[in-house]
Design a protein around this ligand. Sequence first.
Ligand code: UDP
Length: 235
Amino acid sequence: MKYKRVLLKLSGEALMGDRQYGIDPQRLAEYAQQIKEIHDKGIQIAIVIGGGNIFRGVAGASNGMDRVQGDYMGMLATVINGMALQGALEDAGMQTRLQTALKIEAIAEPYIKRKAVRHLEKNRIVIFGAGTGNPYFTTDTAAVLRGVEVNADVILKGTRVDGIYTADPEKDASAVKYDTLTFEDVLSKGLNVMDTTAFTLSQENELPIIVFDMNKNGNLVKICEGEPIGTTVNV
Ligand code: UDP
């Protein structure tokens, strides 16, 4: 296996499947199976999941809601998704722990780095909920932050597209995919990989990012075996 410990970032929207809102149990079960494949190979797995399928602070603010209030609602949305994913992973036979950046003691442990690492060492899957715990941040930033904190080897950003393109492939048919990029390339070409805060944190800590299609079964395990799936951003 190329990686020993990975931080998997899943967007909330990916959990919708073909729905307009919420969580598709079928999609959740498929993700659990993909995650099981790498778990069975002994890879330590931490997961950050977004909340965009339920609530986004910016969307709330554009409808007149206080931004900070909306962002906390978004963070709670990530906890709901984390609980759903936790259930699906446990149904598939894996041991998990949910740790949240906001304290919700009845349902999750508070985030404690040392405890998270201990869980990973025991091959428990650790899901980090509630983002960074701060408004005005994103779950991409939470993913890189937690990835750096727990010493992950790589950030695996599972999306609907199979990598980083010269333009948005869903809008521009002539867009071409990159296999590898440096952090500098991404900046100089003005490519959109993650928000700037998340991207800079990854670059400063030399934590590589792989953007790949999580909806294609088998991709996750292939990446961990070292196959060149998706686009890798590295120093
Ligand atoms: N959020 C936040 N701080 C964080 C992470 C998330 O305030 O550290 C809020 C923010 O409102 C965001 C929402 O949670 O819009 C959902 O997260 P995100 O949009 O990153 O989820 P994704 O797009 O990956 O589903």
